[in-house]
Design a protein around this ligand. Structure first.
Ligand SMILES: [Zn+2]
Length: 275
């Protein structure tokens, strides 16, 4: 089994507010250490289930958070400023299953801790008219490659969201969302144990053929509403995009890879409105 692990930071147990997720904040090194702990737990679970190969994609912020020397030596690490962002290198590995660690609820979620979708720009992101987050957009891309998502770890609000999108995936709850910048979490050692067990089950489920790649009926409509109209105006310049509503854009994709490319292009383009 070949296992792909995408690791974000906002859904890690013990990371409960936005400032500690930002490089330069005095609590950031601790957040990176907590992120590394859950990444290692997922790697361990994958190898416990008999994985032959594990690739970890550092998927938060500038995407070089995990100290390479602290990561389980059996895994390979993808880091840096990557065009394919949270799913970089997934297309070149012939992976059997993907695991999402440290994930969080979609932009605009009423309760999920540190809810957002890719940047702080979107207030709502949809696929085929259904609200979704990074887990859904990334799973759609991976699904187009034939790779199923076997585990999603984060807060309890994320687990509720994911149930509707990836019902076959292990939903590992490492903390209880209280609000935008508040959560209740067990000790990191307990959270890591939950992630390790979930990863092991996910790889076993993949081997048993119990997982499905996420696929949506084409054409797939991608929807993004932004915080202000200037962001939507810039995203709406991209060929194929339509400006819609007060602060939104829409794009109609023929399949999942195109939908992912459109989504990432639009959120990145929108950041230029802040300069
Ligand atoms: Zn994220």
């Amino acid at each position: 089994m070949r296992v792909y692990i995408s690791v974000d930071m906002e859904g890690i147990a013990g990371v409960n507010a936005s400032k500690p997720t930002e490089r330069g904040h005095d609590a950031y090194p601790r957040s990176a250490a907590l992120m590394t702990g859950e990444a290692n737990a997922a790697i361990e679970g994958a190898f416990d289930a008999g994985a032959e190969e594990v690739v970890v994609n550092d998927s938060h912020g500038r995407m070089y958070n995990l100290p390479p020397e602290d990561l389980d030596g059996r895994a390979r690490l993808v880091q840096g400023i990557k065009a394919w962002s949270m799913v970089e290198a997934a297309a070149i590995g012939q992976f059997d299953v993907a695991l999402f660690v440290g994930y969080h609820t979609r932009a605009g979620h009423p309760r999920g801790t540190l809810a957002h979708t890719y940047t702080g720009g979107p207030t709502l992101t949809t696929l085929a008219g259904r609200p979704t987050g990074e887990y859904g957009i990334n799973a759609l891309y991976l699904g187009a490659l034939g790779v199923p998502v076997g585990m999603v770890a984060g807060d309890d609000a994320l687990a509720e969201e994911v149930a509707g999108w990836l019902p076959w995936a292990e939903r590992v709850v490492v903390k209880r969302a209280i609000s935008w910048q508040a959560a209740e979490a067990p000790h990191p050692a307990r959270a890591r144990e939950l992630v390790r067990e979930g990863a092991q089950r996910a790889v076993e489920n993949a081997r048993d053929g119990a997982l499905e790649p996420l696929r949506l009926d084409p054409p797939i409509e991608v929807g993004i509403d932004f915080r202000h109209g200037g962001q939507a105006d810039l995203a709406g310049l991209i060929p194929g995009f339509r400006r819609e509503g007060d602060r939104g854009v829409r794009y109609t994709a023929a399949e999942g890879v195109e939908a992912y490319r459109a989504f990432v292009s639009a959120v990145r383009m929108a950041t230029l409105a802040e300069e």
